[in-house]
Design a protein around this ligand. Structure first.
Ligand SMILES: [Zn+2]
Length: 140
């Protein structure tokens, strides 16, 4: 089923939407703006495929920075990113922030994108450091 994303903020609303979604006006859970029937952006199996990851990632990053979440340990981030990469059948280095954010809605025990950014400074750096640690751990 295609992912439906908000036409305003581009963040995902539902991951199993049918054509014409939403069927009644709803409020986007991320930006709180109204989404009229049939106005959600549909497509792809993951949020980043549905809207193209560039614009939505920028929106998400700004929202995450505004949320001002506290940092956690690199180990917790590593566990979370490896779990997410496994769930999404990708590698940590290819894990998209948008898809990770969507996963945290179903897995609320995972650190938020804001927490990952606060811990590592950027999504790219978080991915690289987790990948490096993974390689070091499997080297011997
Ligand atoms: Zn929205």
């Amino acid at each position: 089923m295609p992912t439906a994303c908000c036409p305003h903020c581009l963040l995902p609303i539902s991951e199993d939407a049918a054509a014409g979604y939403p069927f009644q006006p709803i409020r986007c859970p991320s930006c709180r703006l109204a989404v009229a029937p049939g106005r959600a952006k549909l497509g792809g199996d993951t949020p980043s495929q549905a809207v193209g990851s560039g614009a939505a990632a920028g929106v998400l990053k700004n929202a995450a920075r505004r949320a001002d979440d506290a940092a956690t340990t690199p180990q917790e981030v590593a566990d979370a990113l490896m779990f997410a990469a496994g769930k999404l059948a990708t590698s940590v280095l290819r894990l998209r922030m948008l898809d990770y954010e969507y996963l945290t809605r179903a897995h609320t025990e995972l650190p938020t994108v804001g927490t990952v950014l606060a811990t590592h400074g950027s999504w790219k750096r978080a991915r690289r450091e987790v990948d490096d640690a993974q390689r070091a751990a499997t080297a011997d």
